[in-house]
Design a protein around this ligand. Structure first.
Ligand code: PLP
Length: 403
C-alpha cells in the first residue's frame, strides 16, 4: 500500500496543531476527506448546480444523473437487490430516525424492540421517542468483560411481541465487531427484522447486505471519506413498500390535492425536499478512494496499527483499555489509572494529537463500564506507524506527568 500516495490526497494531514504536526486519531467521529471528493464538490458547484428531478433543463438532468449514478453505484457496492432500496438521508442518525418513525408507526402497544448496551445514542433515543408515542418495551443485551455481546441473553429476549432488533455492526467505543450475520439469522428464525447501525463498519470492512440478510442498514458518508450531511439507509423493498413516508414535501409525491395525496415510488417516497445532491454526487468519489485501496488492504493496515499500538500502550503502568474482543476494529478507548479523560485528552492535544474524550454518545455503555468517559484513539487508512509511535510516546509522557 502506497501510504505516502494516500496521505498526499488529504491536505489537512499537513497542518499543524499547537505548532506540532497534526496526528489525527479521531476517525471514529469523522474521517478526513480526499481531494477528489472536495474537487467533485467544487466542480458541481461551479458547473452543474441545478435542482435534481426538476424537469427537462440540461443542467438539472446532468445533476440528476450524477446523483442517481451514486445511488446505482451504492446499490452495487452494498450488493443490494436494487437501487430502489437505497435512500439518501442526512446521516446514520436520520436513517435510524426514519425507521423508528415510519416502521415504528406500524407497531402497537406492548410490542418489543431489542437493542444492546453498546449502542450509540443515535440507536437509543429514536426508540425512546417512539416509546413516548407507543407503549413499547426496549430490551437490552448486555456485554461481557471483553466487550462482546452476551448472545445467550440475546436469544432469550425474543418472544411473540418482539418486532425489531436494532444493533450496531461495530461499536464506536469498544471496537467490537458484532456477529451480526448470526444475530440476523437468530432474529429471522423468530420472524423478526433487523436494523444494523453500520456507521463504524462501512469505513473499515466490506459490507454485503444480501449476504448479511439485513432488513435495514444505516451509515454516514462523513465517516467513510465522503462529504458531511449525507447518510444512507438501505432497506429491503418488502419493508419499504409497507412503510409510510417519513417526511412530507416536494419530491416524495405522485399527485397532490387538498383532499388527497399519493406518494412517489421508492426510493423517492422517503426523500422529501431537495437532497444534498452535490454531496451525494461527490460521495461516489469516496467510494472510488476506498475501492482503489481495497478493503483487504484497509483492514490489514488498520489491524496492524491497532495491535502495534495496543501492545505498547499496555506496557504503560495503570493503562486500562476498554474493549478487547478478538478481531476488534481499530478503536482504542482507554484511561490511565483514575485520571480524568479530559485531562489526558488536553495533554495529548498540546502535542498535536487529536483524540476524542468523553462519553462518545454512549452514556449507557459508560455506565455499564463503570466510568464517566474515556479517551478514544481511532485509526483510518492514512494513519502511519510513525504516528502511532508519536501517539504512544505522548501517552507515556502524559502518564508520567499525571503520576
Ligand atoms: N452510530 C454509531 C455507531 C456512531 O459511531 C455514530 C457516530 O459516531 C452514529 C451512529 C451517528 O452518526 P451521525 O452523527 O453521522 O448520524
Amino acid at each position: 500500500m502506497d501510504i505516502n500516495g494516500i496521505r498526499e490526497q488529504f491536505p489537512i494531514l499537513q497542518r499543524k496543531v499547537k505548532g506540532k504536526d497534526l496526528i489525527y486519531l479521531d476517525n471514529t467521529a469523522t474521517s478526513q476527506t480526499p481531494m477528489r471528493v472536495v474537487d467533485a464538490i467544487t466542480r458541481m458547484y461551479t458547473t452543474t448546480k441545478a435542482n435534481v428531478h426538476r424537469g427537462v433543463s440540461s443542467i438539472s438532468q446532468e445533476a440528476t444523473d450524477l446523483q442517481e449514478t451514486t445511488r446505482r453505484r451504492m446499490a452495487r457496492w452494498l450488493n443490494a437487490a436494487s437501487e430502489e432500496e437505497i435512500i439518501f438521508t442526512r446521516g446514520t442518525t436520520e436513517s435510524i430516525n426514519l425507521v423508528a418513525s415510519s416502521f415504528g408507526s406500524m407497531l402497537e402497544d406492548g410490542d418489543e424492540i431489542i437493542l444492546t448496551v453498546m449502542e450509540h445514542h443515535a440507536n437509543i433515543v429514536p426508540w425512546q421517542l417512539l416509546r413516548s408515542r407507543r407503549n413499547i418495551t426496549l430490551r437490552v443485551v448486555p456485554i461481557n468483560e471483553a466487550g462482546e455481546l452476551d448472545l445467550d441473553v440475546y436469544r432469550s429476549l425474543f418472544n411473540e411481541r418482539t418486532r425489531l432488533v436494532s444493533v450496531c455492526h461495530v461499536s464506536n467505543v469498544l471496537g467490537t465487531v458484532n456477529p451480526v450475520k448470526d444475530m440476523i439469522a437468530t432474529a429471522h428464525a423468530a420472524g423478526v427484522p433487523v436494523l444494523i447501525d453500520g456507521a463504524q463498519a462501512v469505513p473499515h470492512l466490506k459490507v454485503d447486505v444480501t449476504d448479511l440478510d439485513a432488513d435495514f442498514y444505516a451509515f454516514s458518508s462523513h465517516k467513510m471519506y465522503g462529504p458531511t450531511g449525507i447518510g444512507v439507509l438501505y432497506g429491503k423493498k418488502k419493508w419499504l413498500e409497507k412503510m409510510p413516508p417519513y417526511q412530507g414535501g416536494g419530491e416524495m409525491i405522485a399527485n397532490v390535492t387538498f383532499e388527497h395525496t399519493t406518494f412517489a415510488e421508492l426510493p423517492f417516497k422517503f426523500e422529501a425536499g431537495t437532497p444534498d445532491f452535490v454531496g451525494i454526487a461527490a460521495l461516489d468519489k469516496a467510494l472510488d478512494f476506498i475501492d482503489e485501496i481495497g478493503y483487504d488492504n484497509i483492514e490489514a493496515h488498520e489491524h496492524h496499527l491497532l495491535t502495534y499500538t495496543t501492545e505498547r500502550l499496555m506496557r504503560i503502568p495503570g493503562m486500562r483499555i476498554f474493549g478487547t474482543a478478538p478481531g476488534k476494529s481499530a478503536v482504542i478507548s482507554f484511561l490511565i489509572g483514575h485520571e480524568h479523560h479530559y485531562d489526558i485528552g488536553m495533554l495529548l492535544d498540546t502535542q498535536g494529537i487529536e483524540v476524542r474524550t468523553g462519553h462518545h454518545c454512549a452514556q449507557p455503555l459508560m455506565r455499564a463500564l463503570g466510568v464517566e468517559g474515556t479517551v478514544r484513539a481511532s485509526f483510518a487508512v492514512y494513519n502511519t506507524i510513525e504516528e502511532a509511535d508519536k501517539f504512544i510516546a505522548a501517552v507515556q509522557r502524559v502518564a508520567a506527568m499525571l503520576e
